[in-house]
Design a protein. Structure first.
Length: 396
């Protein structure tokens, strides 16, 4: 969408301000990426988007366009350090008459610029390198890479046809012509391989094997890993032939899960009140919601999800269900203020969670930077401390 001349001038100013802010906050560290942020017109990539509204009881998003909020406010919002949603539940938005949206899952967005540039800085690119991006989305991050490396060095894969088409239009409109592919990024794009760098802006449950084949030895894979309960965070892997390994970052940024790896609709078998073998639990369900422990729970129960529910007027119980193996753990409060767990199915889910949390505590409750990942042809594991330390497999 073209802006009027004074809007373009205002956009230049807003971009400079954004770049200054990102630099001050420590995200932008190099003059080349700063130049890219100052040059790429984010407003061409998100001419219309959704932001979360203040509604209290249910998460609702409201449309933001030049018409709904006015030109100046729209432009100001475009250049704030926020993630703006552009698609929900895989459906394109009827922008002729956009309505507030609730009870929906975002499936495409323009990621907040601080996370975009922080990942680009972490990618350690040098002039002349080729990059494969997974998750073109609006095309904004693709455009930053085109500015830094030249369009001919950038390949980007987007799984959603409509999203990919709009990104192509926006990229062409800002004079960038990267190689754009519509498809499942898990397959990579063999025709453009080998790549020096691979960056994913959607989350994966494990590292797709094709990436190891298509990134050259010594090259870098930067992606977030995630499960169905939470994000595990950002990993930076160095490829060495047919394996790769590296560390998690200190924080745990989160991206939407790759579309093909969304949790199955069915939660699986919900156990009845007498199912399973009961014991006293060492930890209660709070471990599922506190950051370090929840990271361990995600590692220990990679196919599980949880919810809390009061059964037949009783106290609130927490159900941890693994639909891959039909295993369950149900946590209920006891009269003395502790917790009882009932477990059933082939995987003893709460045993695994408690063991993982116990190990983490023995190691001094470290943050995610103490963990790493090793990926080979036949297995992928997250380890603590070093590759010979305690290990948890990623789902294959
Ligand atoms: C957070 S958005 C990308 C943000 C984007 N880099 C930007 O700057 O606007 C994630 C994108 O990944 C796409 N995606 C999800 N699964 C994918 C897959 N398996 N392969 C390629 N793209 C995928 C989604 O459709 C979505 O557009």
């Amino acid at each position: 969408m073209a802006c009027e001349p004074d809007m373009e001038t205002a956009a230049v100013d807003l971009r400079r301000r954004l770049a200054r802010q990102l630099e001050k906050d420590g995200w932008l560290r190099s003059p080349q990426w700063r130049a890219a942020v100052e040059a790429v017109p984010r407003h061409k990539f998100i001419p219309r988007f959704y932001r979360e509204s203040d509604a209290v009881d249910v998460t609702t998003w409201e449309p933001v366009t030049q018409e709904t909020v006015g030109k100046e406010e729209w432009l100001r919002l475009v250049y704030t350090d926020e993630t703006w949603m552009t698609q929900f539940d895989g459906h394109d938005i009827d922008w002729a008459d956009p309505k507030p949206i609730s009870n929906a899952t975002p499936t495409s967005s323009s990621t907040l610029p601080s996370l975009v540039v922080r990942m680009l800085e972490d990618l350690d690119v040098q002039d002349g390198m080729s990059v494969l991006e997974i998750g073109t989305g609006t095309g904004y991050s693709t455009a930053l890479m085109c500015h830094r490396l030249g369009s001919e060095s950038v390949t980007s894969i987007e799984t959603d046809e409509g999203v990919a088409r709009r990104a192509r239009e926006a990229l062409t409109g800002s004079d960038h012509t990267p190689h754009l592919v519509v498809g499942d990024g898990r397959a990579g794009h063999r025709a453009g391989a080998p790549y020096d760098r691979l960056i994913a802006t959607c989350g994966f449950r494990s590292i797709p094997p094709a990436w190891l084949e298509q990134v050259r030895p010594g090259g870098i894979i930067l992606t977030t890993l995630r499960g169905w309960m939470r994000s595990l965070g950002l990993v930076k892997l160095v490829v060495t032939g047919d394996s790769a390994s590296g560390w998690f970052s200190e924080d745990d940024p989160s991206f939407m899960v790759a579309r093909q790896q969304d949790a199955p609709e069915s939660l699986g078998m919900v156990p009845g009140p007498d199912d399973g073998t009961a014991r006293r639990a060492t930890y209660g369900p709070e471990v599922l919601g506190t950051s370090g422990r929840a990271f361990m729970a995600q590692l220990a129960a990679p196919d599980a999800r949880f919810f809390s529910l009061a059964l037949e007027g009783g106290p609130v119980s927490t159900f941890l269900l693994d639909s891959a193996t039909d295993s369950f753990a149900v946590l209920a409060p006891t009269d003395d203020g502790g917790w009882q767990v009932r477990q059933g199915g082939p995987r003893r889910l709460w045993d695994a969670v408690e063991s993982a949390v116990g190990t983490w505590e023995e190691y001094g409750s470290p943050n995610t930077a103490a963990f790493g990942v090793t990926v080979s042809r036949d297995q992928q594991v997250v380890w603590l401390g070093n590759p010979n330390g305690p290990k948890w497999p990623l789902p294959s």
